[in-house]
Design a protein around this ligand. Sequence first.
Ligand SMILES: [Zn+2]
Length: 290
Amino acid sequence: MIRKKLLLHIIMSGTAFLLLTGCVKTNCPLPDNINKHVQQVQIKSDTRSHDLKRNSWSMGSLCADRITFKEGKQTWTFLLVWNTEHPKGPFWYLPHDNEESAFDAAVYAAKHYGGGFLAIESNDQRHVSGKDPNRNFKRDSLYGKKICKIIDTYKPVQLPYLALHTNAEGHIKNGGSGTVSMRQYSKNILAFPAGKIRSGQQKGFEDEDTLIYLAGKKVQKDKIKKFTAVGLNVKFEKVTRKSNDNSMSNCIVLHQKHNNYINIETEHGDIATHKKMIDKVMKIIGQKRI
Ligand SMILES: [Zn+2]
């Protein structure tokens, strides 16, 4: 009788432990060329971020590592997540820790297309010590170099530099609350809608907040058409030394001399549209599901 009780206790506490921790793989050994450049910090069950906890049952063969590096006085912390069965593949950069569904979309992408992603960890806040991590790619900066090194470990040369973001509903200039919209454009950031544009909460592909960003020194009309033809709204960022805002897209174009950058954005929480956009972009760049 006592033995049965003990056994039951062990089963119950084991189940409780699993429910608490999920089955996400963590703390995998880092590839050598990343290990040299960053510090690995062990993830314990009580130091997992909300992003990891929320996805702990859906990560399949993905592994999550916490890595940090110092840049002057600033310590940057990231989750590096990659598909251990298919590590080579599309690799995404997620600079904003408040954009939760972008993280969930990245989990979807790495599970279904291989590769992985690098997500800033900053207690679910957009900024880190008052800095926007996506305005920190200064020329020859340690930050830019380390991030590109990590991306290039997983990304095959021919694939684009990829990013995932979400944005707030609408645009503040039109009564919305965000700063990104298909309805707002400038001489440096041009808008190419795929069709009708609608305002309001989560209107799928027609939503003003559903768009991809491309970047280059000159507008690439043929490239833009490939995306608008499958229903994806495009914003094209014309990057010059003068307009450089030290974001990842600007760094890729100016310092990596690369015209191959795609950032996929939806309204906060619209994970269904985000996944469909990833599928369409993967098809265009010739990346098959694994
Ligand atoms: Zn963002």
